[in-house]
Design a protein around this ligand. Structure first.
Ligand code: SF4
Ligand code: MSK
Length: 654
């Protein structure tokens, strides 16, 4: 083990994370001489020029560094200005983020096609009602047709999400009409993901598009190709194939590991391999094999976004978010950490080696030096999953590491969807968003916030998420969550109906009446598209304006870190949402490009970006925006409500 940890230089584990289980494992790792991302995060001193995106390495005349404190004093060797450099850097981040989600969506579509064509036998169509609903939403006739014929048409239509070179992506039709028209007028309606990413990369090459006002159009089109394209395809087809989630109780945090079980963690983003593992761990043969090695059984748990998705869909326990993926290995109890794509730290290979854990990569698009690679193929999932089980069971049988499992477990309700919100608030026979809109109009619910995204070791893990959400619900703002943020709040115990008293009087009244938590978990980071659909449904239900930008709503990624997060933020902004990023933002305040993102886009009728680091400040920026929208809608005067107590009730009854 690496013995280079200098106690003097380390800050208290309590400053690195508010997750007690992760604190315990960070302490242990330090004792063991193993360095985790949470400590690497404080040691790394980021380049101050890079932080504000004032450098360019798009050609070898550079790299060119401009002065962030005096951004217009210098230009690059080619003459590129600060605005061009920042816009190109931002654009390339968005291209990578959008490419990641579209790559994910394209693989999900490939699996769906395999099922429809009968080539993939081990997966199925679980939700035929949703298949028909999604098909109808993009104009496919379903009446009287065989479900596989509808599926074939849906495949062919959704293929255009990726391969179109002209026209519009199919799911653009699901956005509010006025927003579609605005995109068309501004020339930013996404055509196909491949062409959008290709054009953005081409336009950001040296000597091409050097006007940030023109670049932002292709940046926006590429981001919209993520939210209304690949991500939405991934979410909708995953629901169709594996089942649309509905609220379910699930356990979160490292206490879900079991010392007397073979523990297998799945971490990443695409659900197919995890679904394959779920089937394999229930095979009596492997359960007997595990028992023969002295285990009480096999314990399959998730982490990060794969985990959030499987928890929503099947109630599979979840061991923690992005900030805990290395820490969990320090328990010594993880027999195999199985990964597919995205947000998998290379540092895991070293930590896994230190604790004698198998780190197993399964996807041809994501190998890690030092990890064992066992390729997962949807056409024959057991070939991969059985080998994983054999290795994990063998590791259990020869465990050498001392085991220390933190005791923390929080049970919460997960698995909300835009469909379930409609049913929950509208009822079985009148499912609609009108009751939600009514509660916003009458002021019981002040507005809706999406709080989503990663954790980032630049700051204390989970803290901004938790404090921000507490402040929002206290002020009657209903919070929708996805991704690693949802896990932060689950660990803090807010994803339960019993958290309703933490909300303000109006929101808490709605939660008590419906029996729902004030914080609704909607799944993984691709599932942010559920928020887009919910927002579109709110517009369609009426009373809250004509487009998403009119809604009393706002979004935040308090601890963002990935390029995917930037693509998500930009598609929310271009869908009409005020979107705040915590930690910081890669542009310089006062420059023209920064002003365009943080003000100009709103003046064009879209949303806008914001940034702040203090959770209470962020909450009140979001609330101020929600209140501004309430005034614009003319619903700022909260209707006088008579609160009826028990003595009133007796009087009424007598
Ligand atoms: Fe420098 Fe221009 Fe080359 Fe960028 S593209 S590295 S600014 S010369
Ligand atoms: S995994 S993108 S750390 S949410 Fe989706 Fe979590 Fe952010 Fe990755």
């Amino acid at each position: 083990m690496a013995k280079d940890i200098k106690e003097k230089t380390l800050v208290s584990v309590k400053e690195r994370t508010m997750c007690e289980a992760t604190q315990q494992m960070l302490e242990k790792a330090r004792r063991d001489g193993v360095k985790l991302d949470l400590d690497r995060g404080i040691e790394m001193k980021p380049c101050p020029i890079g932080v504000e995106s004032a450098c360019c390495k798009n050609c070898y005349m550079g790299p060119c560094r401009l002065n962030p404190r005096d951004p217009y004093k210098k230009v690059g060797v080619c003459g590129a200005t600060m605005d061009t450099i920042a816009a190109r850097n931002f654009g390339r981040n968005v291209a990578a983020g959008s490419a990641s989600h579209n790559d994910h969506g394209r693989h999900i579509l490939g699996l769906f096609r395999g099922i429809i064509e009968g080539k993939v036998k081990d997966f199925n169509i679980e939700d035929t009602i949703k298949l028909e609903r999604v098909a109808k939403s993009i104009g496919i006739e379903v009446e009287g047709k065989d479900i596989y014929d509808v599926g074939k048409e849906l495949c062919d239509e959704l293929e255009k999400t990726f391969s179109n070179v002209e026209g519009e992506m199919p799911f653009v039709k699901r956005a509010p009409k006025s927003l579609q028209e605005q995109w068309r007028k501004d020339g930013i309606t996404p055509r196909g993901a491949m062409v959008e990413v290709m054009e953005l990369m081409s336009r950001t090459h040296i000597g091409c598009d050097q006007d940030y006002n023109n670049l932002i159009k292709q940046i926006s089109r590429t981001a919209l190709a993520d939210g209304w394209g690949g991500s939405m395809v991934a979410t909708e087809l995953s629901d169709i194939m594996f089942g649309t989630p509905s609220p379910t109780l699930a356990d979160v945090n490292m206490g879900v590991l079991k010392e007397d079980h073979v523990n297998i963690i799945v971490h990443g983003h695409e659900p197919a391999m995890f679904e394959g593992m779920l089937a394999a761990v229930n095979d009596a043969f492997f359960i007997d094999e595990a028992k023969a090695k002295g285990a009480a059984g096999i314990n399959l748990v998730g982490m990060c976004c794969s985990g959030a998705e499987m928890m929503s869909r099947h109630g599979v326990p979840h061991a923690g978010n992005f900030g805990s993926t290395e820490a969990v290995v320090v328990t010594g109890a993880v027999d195999a950490m199985v990964v597919d794509i995205q947000c998998i730290k290379q540092g895991l290979a070293e930590v896994a080696k230190c604790y004698d854990t198998y780190l197993i990569t399964t996807n041809s698009r994501c190998h890690i030096e030092g990890a064992t690679h066992i390729e997962f193929e949807e056409i024959d999932p057991r070939k991969c999953t059985d080998q994983i089980l054999i290795k994990a069971i063998a590791r259990f049988g020869s465990r050498k590491m001392p085991i220390e499992i933190p005791s923390q477990i929080q049970t919460g309700v997960h698995g909300f969807t835009h469909e379930y919100i409609e049913y929950m608030l509208g009822g079985t026979f009148r499912g609609s968003y009108s009751p939600l809109n009514d509660n916003i109009i009458n002021g019981r619910i002040r507005g809706v916030a999406g709080v989503v995204g990663c954790t980032n070791p630049k700051v204390k893990q989970d803290w901004v998420h938790v404090e921000l959400v507490k402040e929002l619900i206290k002020n009657d703002v209903l919070v929708l969550q996805t991704g690693c943020s949802q896990i932060s709040l689950a660990k803090a115990g807010l994803l339960v109906p019993e958290a309703a008293p933490l909300a303000g009087p109006g929101l808490s009244e709605v939660c008590e009446t419906v029996g729902m938590p004030p914080v609704l978990g909607l799944g993984s980071c691709v599932d942010n598209t559920r928020i887009l659909i919910a927002a579109s449904a709110m517009v369609k239900a009426g009373g809250l304006g004509n487009t998403i930008a009119d809604l009393p709503a706002a979004g935040c990624a308090p601890e963002w870190m990935s390029e995917k997060a930037l693509a998500i933020g930009q598609y929310f902004v271009m869908s009409g949402v005020y979107t705040i990023f915590g930690i910081g933002f890669p542009s310089i305040k006062g420059t023209k490009f920064h002003d365009l993102l943080f003000d100009g886009l709103e003046k064009q009728g879209y949303g806008k970006w914001g940034t702040a680091s203090d959770p209470i400040d962020i909450a009140h920026m979001m609330i101020a925006h929600i209140d501004k929208k309430r005034i614009e809608l003319g619903i700022d005067k909260v209707r006088e409500r008579t609160l009826v107590d028990m003595s009133d009730r007796r009087e009424i009854a007598s």
